[in-house]
Design a protein around this ligand. Structure first.
Ligand code: VGL
Ligand code: ZN
Length: 260
């Protein structure tokens, strides 16, 4: 499994290298190849009709993300997507905790936790509970943009949340501190800036934006292409991202006019 995964990863990176040529006159294009779009968790289970639908996530929203992403691709931006990819019985499912409900928060004690009460606090984290979603191999986990074939829009899919005991809102690392391949891949192709949008503004989008900033990427959020779980936490998340240093743009056109 590990060998297969590594092989796939090298193949994808190799593919990007081969297609990354640009001439020195094409300054805009050079800039766009140094920028990656990260479409966060645009998956069936998080949209209208799924077990955990964010508000206003119907056909219009998905088509809007599709056409904006095509626009970026047409301008030479590298296109990445994250995919929530949980095993059955994942720690974030309320069904994995007896007597608990959706949106309950449960304290999780990490196994490495020392015995003394005082330091035990450090190893305790709060897990928000969700309906079962994005189970590996199910239709609900599908990304709603083409990831293969002639229509392919997404160059690289980064899966996250595969560890049964750790959640992973961020596309860069899980709650246990384990890195996904995202940062290495971006660095290997010389990406310095990222543009992020998708689902959910107040959870996975926020965590991915904050972690991109922590890794020193110049980071932008496109608000009209993002959807949150709740209005209040979404507004709060947008302010938090701004405070952390993210540039906010309403539309892809606003971004391109200013930073493209
Ligand atoms: C997400 C809750 C649980 C997200 C993922 O994509 O924001 N939210 N898993
Ligand atoms: Zn999840």
């Amino acid at each position: 499994m590990l060998t297969l995964k590594t092989g796939f990863y090298l193949f994808m990176v190799g593919g990007i290298f081969l297609s990354s040529g640009f001439s020195s006159e094409e300054k805009d294009f050079e800039s766009s190849t140094r920028t990656a779009v990260i479409v966060v968790d645009l998956q069936a289970d998080f949209t209208l009709g799924g077990p955990l639908p964010v508000p206003n996530s119907g056909k219009d929203y998905i088509e809007g993300v599709d056409s904006a992403t095509r626009k970026f691709k047409g301008q030479g931006f590298r296109i990445f997507a994250t995919q929530d990819w949980h095993p059955k019985g994942h720690i974030s499912f309320y069904t994995s905790h007896k007597g608990k409900n959706v949106l309950d928060e449960v304290p999780i004690q990490d196994k490495e936790s020392p015995v003394s009460d005082a330091s035990q606090q450090q190893f305790e984290r709060l897990q928000t509970l969700w309906p079962p979603h994005c189970v590996q191999g199910t239709e609900g986990a599908d990304i709603l943009l083409p990831t293969q074939g002639l229509e392919k829009l997404i160059e690289v899919v980064v899966q996250k949340g595969m560890h049964a005991d750790y959640d992973s809102y961020s596309g860069f690392q899980d709650d246990g501190g384990n890195e996904t391949p995202l940062n290495e891949m971006l660095k290997q192709i010389g990406v310095e800036k990222v543009v992020i949008y998708g689902i959910a503004t107040d959870y996975c989008v926020k965590a991915t934006v904050i972690d991109a900033l922590k890794r020193n990427y110049k980071t932008s959020l496109i608000t009209s292409l993002s959807r949150g779980v709740k209005p209040e936490s979404t507004q709060e998340a947008i302010q938090d991202m701004k405070k952390a240093g993210a540039a906010l743009y309403e539309t892809v056109e606003d971004f391109l006019a200013d930073a493209g």
